[in-house]
Design a protein around this ligand. Structure first.
Ligand code: OVV
Length: 408
């Protein structure tokens, strides 16, 4: 590519000649993240004609300036001002105020701290039931897959139960999530493979967004109640249920999977957690920082905007590398270390600003309860094989995590 095919490149912006979505980069992104931070506060990636930032200060700035860095043109690589979205836009994720505000108000009330108080007991019982069963298996000497048997089963039980979905067919949620999060990246092989499987899955998802499919009183039905009250339209209700089903499972599955991976690699941290299971919440938070399940989101500039002194032109895509900000040595001491005594306040794994994760109180509840139930029963957790990766354009995901859990 020559510079005259890149009219939006302003003079002086450092160039980073890398494909952030290449398999080898996704498999081990941290060297690329370091290069991105080193290149400057913002860099130009010619491969896609995008800007990228991996320093904490600028990632935070981009996410907290929703007027200049908008979401309605998509939060993936695709610019919805130039190409149609691959599915009808999310009413909350891919929206700006004032539309965003109406949707956000409804979802944040449903997923509020008050709600957490109501679901906490059930979510705790489910975590205890799962780990009692794993304890029995461990006493028989069986190894387990931490992804299949912990990270997938727990969120697939508790969250869809709370939304009000029937038990059958929930595996569709993982296939759908894999596709959605791949679709924030380029049209590469990963997206093509995810898209192959998705037609019947999309039909299942959309069918389960209908009120008749949702248990009265659950999170899904509560969206329809907001429509009954006139806060949103009746047509908007199933679209907001779709947001629950898109963002509520694959994220927590990988958040929990990555937390287990952190603990399996750091026996001294696990020992501390076992000695004091009340550290579960902090241990989960630190794993969000270190191994962020959602690695990136894009924004689109609404006008020419100065970022760290560089003029970014209007209608440009800016890649906010949340996971790079979370290991920025300008922000964190010993950033690559898993330290459960650290309070990683200000990490970007759940975003920041008006689009910050609306389900974060539920996500944190799930992470905390899983790690606490684990820590109470097991003295040690050991890796008994090489974990495998499930590559995704946006998610940091393990495919398998072979573990032996050693009872206390
Ligand atoms: C945060 C997130 C991820 C994926 C999908 C959605 C949101 C949505 O609103 O559909």
């Amino acid at each position: 590519m020559t510079t005259d095919t890149l009219p939006t490149l302003p003079a002086g912006v450092p160039v980073l000649d890398i494909d952030p979505f290449a398999d080898e980069v996704l498999r081990d992104p941290y060297a690329y993240h370091a290069r991105l931070r080193e290149a400057g506060p913002v860099a130009w990636i010619p491969k896609y004609g995008i800007y990228a930032t991996g320093r904490h200060e600028q990632v935070r700035q981009v996410l907290n300036d929703h007027e200049n860095y908008i979401s309605s043109a998509g939060v993936g690589l695709a610019n919805f001002n130039k190409e149609p979205p691959f599915r009808p836009k999310s009413l909350i994720l891919e929206a700006d105020p004032p539309n965003h505000t109406r949707a956000r108000t409804v979802l944040s009330r449903i997923l509020s701290p008050r709600t957490v108080n109501q679901i906490r007991e059930t979510f705790t019982q489910e975590a205890d039931a799962l780990f009692d069963q794993l304890l029995a298996a461990s006493e028989r000497g069986e190894a387990i897959d931490g992804i299949k048997q912990i990270a997938e089963v727990y969120p697939l039980k508790v969250f869809p139960d709370a939304v009000g979905l029937e038990p059958q067919g929930r595996e569709n949620l993982l296939v759908y999530g894999d596709m959605i999060f791949n679709a924030f990246g380029p049209r590469n092989e990963l997206l093509a493979r995810a898209a192959e499987k998705v037609q019947p899955v999309t039909a299942w998802i959309m069918a389960h967004c209908q009120r008749a499919m949702l248990r009265p009183g659950g999170f899904g039905d509560q969206i329809y109640q907001a429509a009954d009250a006139g806060e949103i339209s009746q047509e908007e209700a199933p679209m907001l249920v779709r947001s629950f089903l898109s963002a509520g499972v694959d994220t927590t599955v990988n958040g929990i999977g990555n937390a287990l991976w952190c603990l399996a690699q750091n026996p001294e941290a696990y020992a501390r957690l076992h000695a004091d299971p009340s550290l579960a919440r902090q241990a989960f938070e630190e794993s969000l920082r270190l191994e962020s399940a959602v690695q990136t989101f894009f924004r689109t500039t609404a006008r020419t905007v100065a970022l760290a002194g560089f003029d970014i032109p209007a209608d440009a895509k800016v890649l906010a590398v949340l996971a790079a900000a979370n290991r920025d040595e300008r922000q964190w001491s010993r950033p690559d270390r898993y330290d459960i005594d650290r309070r990683p306040t200000g990490h970007m794994a759940l975003g920041s600003g008006i689009h910050g994760c609306v389900g974060q109180v539920v996500a944190r509840l799930e992470g905390e309860l899983v790690l606490a139930a684990l820590a109470k029963r097991f003295a040690r957790i050991e890796l008994v094989g090489e974990p495998t990766r499930r590559l995704n354009n946006t998610l940091r995901a393990l495919g398998t995590l072979p573990l032996r859990l050693i009872p206390a």
